[in-house]
Design a protein around this ligand. Structure first.
Ligand code: FES
Length: 242
């Protein structure tokens, strides 16, 4: 069993497994910390920085991203000091200025007490992607295909397929679509084709051998049959008929 450490979060004395992050321990104990780029199934990445908290170790107090910071013995964590709240609001203003009209960002901003960015409106944008990297991590860590990645630097940073062309390694599973917090990755299903619009990738759908319904991209089913070492015809019938 892992070693337990004693720490304090918002005045509550807690015990937690060494190596867990401050965010995970806070959530295990019902303490809310806002996040946009965190998913417990994926490696934390520290992109949005909304999960900022103040930690004190010995005589030193500083701001850290709680999704990356591991708990340790005698750590004192405060999740909502004036300094934390001021910094979170500033980050939220930046996101709000970048993503005008994006509902999940507006909702989070309201929750954190930000109505509008304090920057001049000429600096506001209508970008929908917050570069949280959740889509890239889901594709690499859960699906295992790494069809997309974060490319370029600074203001040109974006998520894209190699050479900004069609994502040839995409299998059309839609994991990136489902996990995106701003819903900026578009997937279009027609009768027999699925298209992941952002990655310029289209897929023929598999027709169920029993009911005749198109239920998933052929490429996705072939990929999972191969990955799980199953016979190629394993997914010839849809989940309802299986
Ligand atoms: S949740 Fe920690 S940086 Fe985004």
């Amino acid at each position: 069993m892992s070693k337990l450490v004693n720490l304090t979060i918002d005045g509550r004395k807690l015990q937690a497994e060494e190596g867990k992050t401050v965010l995970a321990v806070a959530r295990d104990n019902g303490i809310d910390i806002p996040t946009l780029c965190y998913n417990e199934e994926l490696e934390p990445y520290g992109a949005c920085r909304l999960c900022l908290v103040e930690v004190t170790k010995g005589t030193r107090t500083r701001l850290v991203t709680s999704c990356l910071y591991p708990v340790e013995e005698d750590l004192v964590v405060k999740t909502s000091t004036d300094r934390v709240i001021t910094n979170r609001k500033m980050l939220m203003e930046l996101l709000l200025a970048r993503c005008q009209g994006v509902k999940s960002i507006e909702d989070m901003a309201r929750k954190l007490g930000v109505d509008r960015p304090s920057f001049k409106p000429e600096y506001w944008e209508k970008d929908e992607c917050i570069l949280c990297g959740l889509c890239v991590r889901a594709c690499a860590e859960v699906v295992g295909t790494s069809a997309i990645s974060l490319v370029n630097r600074g203001v040109n940073r974006e998520v894209a397929a190699p050479y900004l062309e069609t994502a040839n390694d995409c299998i059309g599973c839609g994991s990136c679509v489902y996990i995106c917090p701003t819903k900026c990755i578009k997937m279009e299903d027609t009768e027999d084709t699925r298209t992941i619009v952002n990655w310029k990738a289209s897929f023929k759908m598999q027709k169920c051998a029993k009911c005749g319904k198109n239920f998933a991209p052929e490429k996705q089913l072939a990929y999972f049959a191969r990955k799980l070492n199953l016979p190629a015809d394993t997914f010839n019938v849809c989940p309802d008929c299986r």
